[in-house]
Ligand binder design. Sequence first.
Ligand SMILES: Cc1cc2nc3c(=O)[nH]c(=O)nc-3n(C[C@H](O)[C@H](O)[C@H](O)COP(=O)(O)OP(=O)(O)OC[C@H]3O[C@@H](n4cnc5c(N)ncnc54)[C@H](O)[C@@H]3O)c2cc1C
Length: 396
Amino acid sequence: MPSDLNSPRPIVVLGAGIIGLTTAIRLLETPLYQEKHHPVHIIADHLPDDPLDPRYASTIAGAHHLSFADDGDERQRRWDRRTFKVMYDEWAREGESTGLMRIKQTELFVGHRQHLHIYEEHPDFQVMDPSQLPEGVDHAVKFTSLTMTPAIYLNRLLRRIHELSYGQVTIHRYHLPSLSHITDPSIQTMLGTSLTPLAIFVCVGSGAIDLGGVEDKSVYPTRGQIVKIRAPWVKEGMTRQVGQLNGGEGGERTYIIPRSSGEVVLGGTREVDDWETQPRDETTRNILRRVLEVCPNLLSSSADSTLTSDNKGSEQSSTEVAVKGREEKSRLESLIVDVLVGFRPSRQGGVRVERGHDLIFEEADHEGTKVVYNYGHGGAGWQSCWGTAEDAISIL
Ligand SMILES: Cc1cc2nc3c(=O)[nH]c(=O)nc-3n(C[C@H](O)[C@H](O)[C@H](O)COP(=O)(O)OP(=O)(O)OC[C@H]3O[C@@H](n4cnc5c(N)ncnc54)[C@H](O)[C@@H]3O)c2cc1C
């Protein structure tokens, strides 16, 4: 019999992206942790300060809060709404040091005249007057939203984990090949106990495709390429959606996401099942062309990204327009800081937040290990993280 049988069993959070870290925080706030002091361990291949890697989606993301939740998808709406509230309160309390930035957001729609109803819940929501719409745009709305600087926010979560646990949460860099591997002697040494975990929270993003015991074949990458520029004068967000969203992956989406750091993320692409890790030059050119169409004033340091009469076309000759276009593009290129690729962890059927079968280990002297899944957030992990973390903890 192991000598530590009466000690509280460890709890493991697998994954240190936005989903794993928010899940760990909500776990540390539960009476289960606060009263019984189960040792909590975070195990992950990638950690927030690592060099950027397309497979670690959280560090590549735009990221803004711009829900994709269909009007009838109450579960996703609830997660997105809850996350907006948590983050908005954080921003209101502590400002941009959080990595969050409050912005005015404009959503332009081409090919249809409807917006998602959830936008109406944002502060300052308004439908734009049709007479103000840029050429080719069929409908537009404005509201207040948030953007996130991933490295700052993820590190803030790590600090919060440290504070809540009085430094007792241990973070291990380790690739877990399968869930059952959790009883391997090397892991027991790593966790410092021969007790099998009470629970594992599986927050592995696209790692769910390969992780033994999960091997979720409904998970697939939706590749995104983005261009990061330095343009601290841009203070407003803008998105153009061509065609229907279809729950988040449909149509063509062009976006401008200013961050509190002065960087601006320009995007994007949604390439289903595409594992190409290197940026494609033609895609970069395409993104730059599209963002200038959406926001001709992007380069003007005296202007914000608000729509102006420029968008409606002025009385210039076609030669003047072409020359101006080339100049704008080369100025935009000179502001590029980085071109990045990331794989959104998409999943047919949407996010998986549910309890799985317990892991039963014959050699263990106690009940099995509970498994709680929290992965498959596609392009919406940042904007739904607190909502899904709270659901994952509530079903333990
Ligand atoms: C270009 C782009 C733009 C985006 N823009 C937005 C946006 O504006 N708003 C928004 O809400 N979302 C956006 N997203 C989506 C968002 O980034 C993801 O939904 C979110 O990051 C998923 O978080 P995650 O923690 O589940 O996965 P990840 O961040 O990928 O983290 C997975 C973690 O699991 C670990 N892991 C995996 N397998 C194993 C294993 N076997 N053993 C140990 N560790 C393992 C990894 O090392 C990592 O720590 C964007 C994504 C991209 C790529």
